[in-house]
Write a protein that binds this ligand. Sequence first.
Ligand code: KG4
Ligand code: ZN
Length: 361
Amino acid sequence: MNILGIETSCDETAAAVVVDGERELSNVVASQFDVHVHYGGVVPELASRQHLEAITPVVREALERAGMQYADLDAVAVTYGPGLVGCLLVGLTYAKGLALALGKPFIGINHLEGHIHAVVMEQRRAGGNAELPAIAAVVSGGHTHLFLIEETVKQGYAYKLLGKTRDDAAGEAFDKVAKLLGYPYPGGPLLDQLAPFGNPHGVPLPGSRMKGNQLDMSFSGLKTAVLRHVQANDMADEIAERQKALKGIGRISVDQARQATPQATLDLIASFQSRIVEELLLRAAAAAEETGARSLILCGGVAANSGLRARFQSLAVPVYTSALSLSTDNAAMIAAAAYPRLLRGESSPLDLRAQPNLKLA
Ligand code: KG4
Ligand code: ZN
């Protein structure tokens, strides 16, 4: 089954052709990095316009790289939520039009289910399967959720929400702290590259204790603790200097970032990353134990974090992640998530609406 996946929920215009939910023939991602970097974050209106410009060439390129014609496609899968509504509408409208013109099934996919299936797809390709029931830790710029995944013959994959962040998502915390310290957007990957040069025990930072559901998390207190540390240590001049030094570079190398970062700040970054990782690890371990899960799927943009990947290997159950190119937003994951649904005969009506706040469970 040749599935065309389309993803436009945030700031990447992406299209991919995936065969039988496991073989990516192409996975094209047009990043809007250069547009949003000047604003320190994603500007929704600009993002929608960029998607409009990019969608046709990106889909065409995905087909070309796959060596396929439109007529070779068996279905069109697209993200219909959660995400920025103007952005979702571009991909959704395009996918509907294409499916209608081709007379092929069309299916809307939840972005979070996509992230989970990036890992399922890689496992399948390796000839294995993540043992179910599994915990899925979906950790991205917009989400930090723990789900229990089961699969039944009757219902296919089923998801149950176990815990989530009550405020900032982990990726959002990375990006906000990076910005606070004078690094350009998106700062998560930069902090990840700088963290190994610092002492993770250098700056004591608080963990969060939750009332009610112990599997919930909170990252806004951590961000505030970093801000207090910055104020208490009079870091304003250092930060202003760094902003000036790194401004306009575009993609910053680790060496450039390191040169602009004193050791005390490297220690702060290492401590911050370590705190986030331990918070996630604690909840993931508890979730696995409470549910008797047999494996854990670590996915979403922040699953690209090297500290997080390394620490999660200490869990009592096998941990599965995907290649870095499949961890951050892409369309192969959308096609992969569509495959089991299409196999079961599912499809979506052509009046399916974009759902910015769509829940997986
Ligand atoms: O899944 P994703 O591509 O988009 C969303 O659905 O949000 O995740 C993007 C987020 C951003 O916040 C980015 O800073 C973060 O993932 N991110 C990282 C790393 N790579 C991406 N955060 C920490 N370490 C990384 N290596
Ligand atoms: Zn995502």
